[in-house]
Design a protein around this ligand. Structure first.
Ligand code: ATR
Length: 269
């Protein structure tokens, strides 16, 4: 992919991705190809930083005048929230930041785009979640981001179903507080009663995983989405496809997010 890298000169703006470990991240290839295709004089490089070094690194980056911002991924998304000078509503509600813009004065402005990328991919696929009832399996980081983005996109109801009930209740309460007009239910709801069904758990990544929800309740009028990127076709999506549902795999959600991230960091208009 090296030929897709833009030439780096003294004028090139620098962006980063912060992670630990770092070797597996695909974002540099994807983002640099995007920047190059848009003729933007900028480059995104991997920054390997451990959790106990995050604050010092971020403070240093405040002073780097040709630095435009960074993407934060595992395990830094939660810690980044407190290190930002300003965060979006979504980041505040979810309690995590995955993309940061460095303002010219060194202030760091954080956003959480995981869930927004998910909704954007639904829209690109021709499905607007506004007015729908949504069933979200899981109550962890991915599910929280998706649930808040769905609420923002105008779903009328969200069911949060999670193995650990305490976590489901916590997410439910946070959703209700932020979106008073939304109805929110926890666990033990019929999957069949929801137009949009989403897996935000890690179930389906490994072969032999149990299904994240009751597959027998899927029916052809439903949209079924999976946040898992690898494998592209999870058992949930296979089952949904067999029933005639419209399905939405996780990969395009990441692709939608790359553009949103470039925009938030100010690399793309
Ligand atoms: P992420 O940031 O990827 O969302 P996470 O916050 O650790 O990761 O959340 C993982 C989600 O998958 C949680 O909803 C988790 O359920 P618990 O809150 O009960 O742990 C869910 N999950 C993972 N393994 C599971 C399993 N074997 N059975 C049911 N749910 C599982």
């Amino acid at each position: 992919y090296r030929s897709f890298l833009p030439p780096v000169t003294g004028r090139t703006r620098i962006y980063g991705i912060l992670a630990d470990p770092i070797y597996h991240v695909k974002t540099p290839e994807v983002m640099n190809a995007l920047l190059k295709s848009k003729d933007v004089d900028a480059v995104l490089v991997p920054f390997h930083v451990k959790p106990d070094g995050l604050k010092e690194l971020v403070d240093g980056l405040r002073r780097m005048e040709n630095f435009g911002g960074f993407i934060a991924t595992v395990p830094h998304k939660t810690d980044m929230l407190a290190l930002c000078d300003e965060v979006t509503n979504a980041a505040h509600n979810i309690g995590a930041v995955n993309c940061v813009r460095r303002e010219p004065d060194g202030r760091m402005v954080g956003a959480m785009l995981d869930g927004i990328g998910f909704v954007e991919a639904l829209r690109v696929g021709g499905a607007d979640p506004a007015g729908m009832r949504a069933y979200v399996a899981g109550a962890g980081g991915a599910s929280s981001a998706i649930a808040f983005a769905l609420a923002e996109a105008g779903v009328t109801h969200i069911t949060i179903a999670n193995r650990t009930v305490k976590r489901a209740v916590s997410l439910t309460e946070r959703l209700k507080a932020a979106y008073p007009a939304l109805t929110v239910a926890t666990n033990a709801q019929r999957v069949a009663d929801h137009a949009l069904v989403v897996n935000g758990t890690s179930l389906g990544m490994r072969s032999g995983d149990e299904p994240p929800l009751d597959l027998s309740q899927l029916h052809r009028d439903q949209l079924v989405a999976d946040a898992i990127m690898e494998p592209a076709m999870t058992p949930l999506l296979e089952a949904a496809k067999a029933k005639g549902c419209r399905i939405f795999p996780g990969k395009p959600m990441l692709e939608s997010q790359i553009v949103l991230m470039a925009q938030h960091m100010g690399a793309l208009a």
